[in-house]
Ligand binder design. Sequence first.
Ligand code: SF4
Length: 247
Amino acid sequence: MIVREIFAKSVLSKSQIYDYAINPYVGCSHSCRYCYAAFMRRFTGHKEKWGEFVDIKINVPELLAREIKRKRMGRVWVSGVCDPYQAAEKRYKLTGRCLEILLENQWPVTIQTKSSLVLRDIKILEKSKNIEVGFSITTADERMRKIFEPGAPPIKERINALKVLHSKGIKTFAMIAPILPGAEGLVEELADKVDHILIDRLNYFYATRIYMENKMEWAKEEPFFIQESNELRRKFEERGIAVRVLF
Ligand code: SF4
């Protein structure tokens, strides 16, 4: 892993999904094979493979403390094009420090991660009424996880983190995106640990090769996503969990 410390020029960026996004890191050590954010390589001039570099924007808390005074309040997505609790966060604590600033100023926040490191900040999260924490979980099958998300924490660890957060009264959701083979096993595991579920299909562009390599061409076809999402929606709704399908 190539790690570099850099200085960012700004931190609160406009987002198409929420009002703003904060990305304390460029790159992501979770190295998901389907990652939609891999375009950041070209965008930031990186020659290394996605998942093999991370730039640490060491000045983001200071920038945020300044920018938050100038900008109109809005919901902030943490993060968007990296995992805010990837391995580097353990040492640098940039996400944790940004959260403190956002919540001191009572800004609404949506965290999205695959890492139980978010539990480190549970005391900060408990103080806010307007925060939600989502875990991306794409399958209940750990073999699939290892193929598609080689650098990300095991599924059980994520489910357990959701359980802890939910039990503390923090709003939680799971993002089953992209649906991978084995996703149906998540229904029982997640039903009592989340407030709602989001489901999305695969970004073909980045995942086609890995499907071919693993002889799973069937799982990148349209009917797979439609059938799986319908089935997941039905089963979660039967258990009283709201579901939004994003495709
Ligand atoms: S955790 Fe998210 S940002 Fe990181 S590699 Fe996986 S999909 Fe991409």
